[in-house]
Design a protein around this ligand. Structure first.
Ligand SMILES: O=C(O)CCC(=O)C(=O)O
Ligand SMILES: [Fe+2]
Length: 349
């Protein structure tokens, strides 16, 4: 059993907080989903756009990680047709009637399947979203429950996408860690594990998100503010806006919309990259808002280090001693599962 799976077993979620509202049959926003008074308008901002085909831009990656913690990547090598297929399959899944989606509902101690996002247990109010989490063999098991005779296409597309994300995350992690001074030997764990046991290579999971059309988007929340617990997250967000990041200049008071760019993917630096870089890379707070006219879907691929690999700040500079202690991913996820957005502070030296 993977360490991530074990972790969810140890932190079960109350079952009545797993099944989302049946959004298609809800024409007014119920009180359970009313979050706040309207906030000041979100502004759009100059989120960096980095082409992976241009080696000269690699230096910009580090700058983007330090200043923003979020950036678009173009020329990433993932084909338009695969992204299109992922989009179509997500819409096919989330457009199923609730009585079908419930067949693949996540059980309280499970990490995979259909349901509300896990962070919802930290909030009184419910979010205007539903999710489907995939890890390893759970994909085929849950897809068979959703479509007993017709799951092959969904599974093939998602498996191809996970493979493409494995390759892309290896490339990105190697570039980013290289910029911090890690050598190829240090990064041996990035080489996919030939035995297939998955214990020596990157661990990952895929979260499919759906934000249905909302009758009162200004009072609702698609996905509440959070940082990701990964090394990095690769997000496909189609062409419907909704992702917002906390302004690096005005934390806590201004949100910046990450406008979709045709064919690009968004990279979000996670808490582990913040730790490894000794606080230099931002793990930016982000959220998803909803809208009145378009069903938005997104696919978030979370990449983390191998199961038992200890990670910690990479610094030999006496003027900048480590500000975080060493840890393994499982330990960090456990802290996040109980302390949520305060988890990072628990690992400060
Ligand atoms: O849907 C989005 O734009 C954001 C998704 C996200 O932040 C997540 O799944 O962690
Ligand atoms: Fe996120």
């Amino acid at each position: 059993m993977s360490s991530v799976t074990q972790l969810f077993k140890n932190n079960p979620v109350n079952r009545d907080r797993i099944i989302p509202l049946d959004f298609t049959n809800t024409k007014t926003l119920p009180d359970s989903h009313v979050w706040s008074k309207p906030e000041p308008e979100t502004t759009s901002g100059p989120i960096p756009v980095i082409s992976l085909s241009n080696p000269e831009e690699h230096g910009l990656l580090r700058q983007a990680c330090e200043e923003w913690g979020v950036f678009h990547i173009t020329d990433h090598g993932v084909s338009h047709s695969l992204l299109h297929n992922v989009d179509c399959q997500m819409k096919r899944l989330f457009s199923l009637p609730m009585h079908r989606k419930i067949l693949a509902v996540r059980s309280p101690d499970e990490s995979t399947g259909y349901g509300v996002v896990r962070i919802s247990m930290f909030y009184d109010k419910l979010m205007w979203s539903e999710g489907f989490s995939v890890m390893g063999s759970s994909l085929r098991r849950h897809a068979t429950l959703l479509w007993p005779d017709d799951h092959a296409e969904f599974c093939n597309v998602m498996e191809e996408y996970q493979k493409a994300m494995d390759d892309l995350s290896h490339r990105l992690i190697s570039m980013l860690m290289g910029s911090l001074g890690l050598t190829h030997e240090d990064l041996g764990w990035l080489v996919p594990d030939k035995t297939g046991s998955g214990t020596d290579s990157i661990q990952s999971f895929l979260q499919l998100n759906s934000y249905p059309v909302c009758p009162d988007p200004h009072l609702a929340m698609g996905l509440a503010p959070h940082t990701d617990s990964s090394l990095l997250t690769i997000l496909y967000q189609g062409n419907i806006p909704g992702l917002e990041i906390e302004s690096p200049q005005e934390e806590g008071s201004r949100w910046i919309g990450v406008e979709p760019i045709e064919g690009s993917l968004v990279v979000i630096m996670g808490d582990l990259s913040h730790i490894i870089s000794n606080g230099q890379f931002r793990s930016t707070m982000h959220r998803a808002v909803v809208n009145k006219t378009h069903h938005r879907v997104s696919a978030a691929y979370f990449a983390g280090p191998p199961k038992n690999l200890q990670i910690g700040p990479l610094t030999s500079d006496k003027n900048h001693p480590p500000i975080y202690r060493r840890l393994i991913w499982e330990e960090y996820l456990a802290a996040k599962a109980t302390h949520f957005n305060k988890a990072l502070t628990l690992f400060r030296c």
